[in-house]
Design a protein. Structure first.
Length: 429
């Protein structure tokens, strides 16, 4: 791996997401050799992936080179590689470019889509957890309309213009809202020779309300916003099967659709070698103590989505969101310094800054610790917060300009099929 020997203890961080980057920043200029490993050479700002999928933003506006984040940090190394295995007996990570010993290991591998073992849905649906997946979805949405324009078969045309989004959390809500805005403002102009009024956007939620992690007021208002945009909100409905043409549910309801987006669950990204029963929890997360130590290991930590820190307030760990990852990364940095100073570590406490979701222009819901509000103000807060947490000055400027432009012009100009997604829809015979 070409990492020099150092007199400082080596901290290997697996994952350059919110948690990994926050930790690397905290350890910069401290007496550690930091080695950050990621299978991508960029950090992804996942909360805005749905805007890439719907042509509102280019992917490079929400990605940032990890090497640039680390520029100027002494004793800090980045290697582009996938970690395959951890050998806890000899304190070594095994990667696609070789192996590396560590003094401290921090697993910050995040999460991936959870299809709950349903192979048909995993094979035929679209996920939206990474930039390549968002680009695939963007291509598929646009290809569907191109194909709908060409077919004489009304049945096929409707299925091509029927979108089903499974999962009424923030991702599903935001994607449904964005698609509804495209249907209203862009499709009639782009496809004047296609009856785009027949396009349907369905949001399917298994429980009795969308945004179940937010307040009831936020759920109700978000549902109203979606319905005002023409989204069909289905509650207490579960998609149980999808063959690429027909989505079956737990009731008589079926959807004939060429596009089913699965936003109904995530599970942690585990790594071989760190999978003993006594600390592996539901959804693949690693049980950590209040210092983020995994199981009984004193020098192996997990932070962010992959870590399950159970407490009275959070019996299943913190929500799999950016804030816990950022805060745990920052806090662990401080604790690692305390270890080297031979001071006791300080337990982590989560500072819940609230949650938000946007449905479309002027329509958002925000549950902050002291206030809950919905509508235009919430929408401005949502934009401000996302711009603030985006990494990179250029990205902030580009995203801001895009949003202003889209707001004024009612447009989303990144609706480009740059790399076609090969999924031709064919009606079942
Ligand atoms: C569509 C979408 C919308 C979201 N919206 C919001 C939102 O509005 N607000 C919010 O707070 N949260 C949101 N989240 C959740 C938030 O993005 C995650 O909680 C957060 O990214 C977790 O940070 P992390 O550091 O744990 O992992 P991540 O940010 O996922 O980073 C993990 C990193 O590990 C790398 N990695 C994984 N396995 C390996 C391996 N074996 N070898 C090398 N590298 C590896 C990955 O490439 C990745 O860079 C959203 C997520 C998605 C997918």
């Amino acid at each position: 791996m070409n990492i020099p020997q150092s007199s400082f203890p080596r901290v290997v961080i697996i994952g350059g997401g919110f948690g990994g980057i926050s930790l690397a920043k905290k350890l910069s200029h401290k007496e550690f050799q930091v080695v950050l490993l990621d299978k991508h050479n960029y950090h992804t700002f996942q909360p805005l992936l749905y805007q890439v999928s719907t042509g509102g933003l280019e992917p490079d506006s929400i990605a940032y080179p990890i090497r640039k984040v680390l520029q100027g940090y002494p004793n800090t190394y980045f290697r582009l590689t996938e970690v395959n295995k951890i050998d806890t007996n000899i304190n070594c990570v095994d990667t696609s470019i070789g192996s590396l010993k560590f003094n401290y290991l921090v697993v910050a591998t995040g999460s991936t889509t959870n299809f709950f073992g349903n192979k048909a849905i995993a094979k035929n649906s679209m996920a939206m957890k990474s930039i390549p997946q968002s680009l695939n979805l963007r291509s598929l949405i646009l290809e569907n309309f191109e194909q709908a324009l060409l077919t004489d078969d009304l049945h096929e045309r409707e299925a091509l213009m029927n979108f089903v989004i499974v999962g009424g959390g923030p991702t599903g809500v935001e994607l449904a809202g964005a698609l509804a805005e495209i249907k209203k403002g862009i499709l009639p102009k782009d496809y004047p020779d296609l009856d785009t009024r027949r396009a349907q956007i369905n949001l399917v939620q298994g429980s009795d309300r969308i945004l179940p992690a937010m307040s009831i007021k936020a759920s109700e208002k978000a549902e109203q916003f979606l319905e005002s945009l023409g989204v069909n909100v289905w509650k207490n409905l579960r998609v149980s099967d999808y063959d690429g043409n027909i989505a079956k549910t737990n009731t008589e309801t079926i959807f004939e659709t060429a596009t089913l987006v699965w936003a109904a669950g995530v599970k942690a990204v585990g790594i071989k070698g760190l999978d003993a029963k006594d600390y592996l929890c539901r959804g693949n997360r690693l049980r950590v103590n209040e210092f983020n130590q995994v199981g009984s290991f004193e020098h192996i930590f997990a932070i962010g989505d992959v870590a399950q820190m159970e407490s009275e307030e959070y019996p299943y760990g913190h929500p799999m969101m950016a804030q816990p990852a950022l805060q745990q990364g920052h806090h662990l940095g401080k604790n690692l310094v305390r270890i080297t100073e031979e001071k006791a570590m300080v337990p982590f406490t989560y500072n819940d800054k609230g949650s938000m979701a946007t449905v479309g222009r002027n329509k958002a819901v925000a549950d902050l610790p002291k206030f809950k509000f919905q509508g235009v103000f919430a929408w401005f807060i949502w934009m401000f917060v996302h711009l603030y947490f985006l990494i990179g000055f250029r990205n902030r400027v580009v995203v801001f300009i895009n949003w202003v432009y889209n707001y004024i012009k009612f447009d989303r100009e990144a609706r480009l099929i740059i790399r076609p997604f090969k999924k031709k829809y064919q009606v079942n015979s």
